[in-house]
Design a binder for this molecule. Sequence first.
Ligand code: PMV
Length: 315
Amino acid sequence: MRIEATAPGKVILFGEHAVVYGRPAIAVPLTQVRAAAAVEPNPEGGIRLVAPDLAVDIQLEEAPYDDPLAATVRQVARAAGMPKLPGLILTVSSQIPIASGLGSGAAISAAIIRALAAYLAQPELSTDEQVSALTYEVEKIHHGTPSGIDNTVVAFERPVYFVRRQPRNLVEAFRVASPLRLLVGDTGVASATKLVVDDVRRQWLAERRVFEALFDRCGSIAESARDAIERGDVAEVGKLMSANHRVLQEMTVSSPELDRLVAVAVDAGALGAKMSGAGRGGNMVALVSAEEEEAVRTALAQGGARTILTTCLSA
Ligand code: PMV
């Protein structure tokens, strides 16, 4: 028996970084690029972890504590109350670029959790809530203080309005009154989320008042954006994306490559554009009308975007 599962990438539309500090954020799944996991019996016994794209082929016992595949398998084993798992081969692959702000790590974990839960006949572990919660535990190993938005959007696979808070995060679905066409352009510059998140924390500690004010601005932009999306005011959504980008520049998390692609998109007629995710590399996202989509895509390609993905949030 071979069991497969997948999970999508994600794009943060509003509120990255500020979301770590309790401000609202909006993220959407990027369903065209997915991570996949397959689980099958291992005739040789033992638990073998295979990631052909990364040239990984190791036994679970040999894997370091922070190996992401091993950490996910261990989380599932713990949650299932099965300290000794049956022999199996876990194979993972992903179309989501790594270290580019599209949630590749969270998607790989979510796909593994779903495939393993089915293989081990543990349906209670494959609810969206559980997949999100277990993915969050793995994200903590890599990111230190993740807000929880990445695991939420890849597990629920729908647009979310998210606020990090105790004892439970606020996760709300919202109405998309008019379709939002998005182009996601990759700078090709790899950036480690943890380093950028740590640097923002260092700056926040040094200049609390300044950074709290920047986070407040991101939070109110995200709130206005939700309202504009629910009213179907697409032009306003675009303006708010560009406004959010300017605040992220002030936070020092943008980069020359991101700024360039954002400017190129707006010059070519996008309704708005911003970096997305941790920043200092990775991806940007532009909101386009049907008429301008091709012109913006061409401009992004000529402006140096390595790949351009399209997604449309529909009503
Ligand atoms: O994983 P990335 O690069 O999309 O960044 C996550 C978004 C941050 O707000 C920067 C961090 C977080 O945990 O929310």
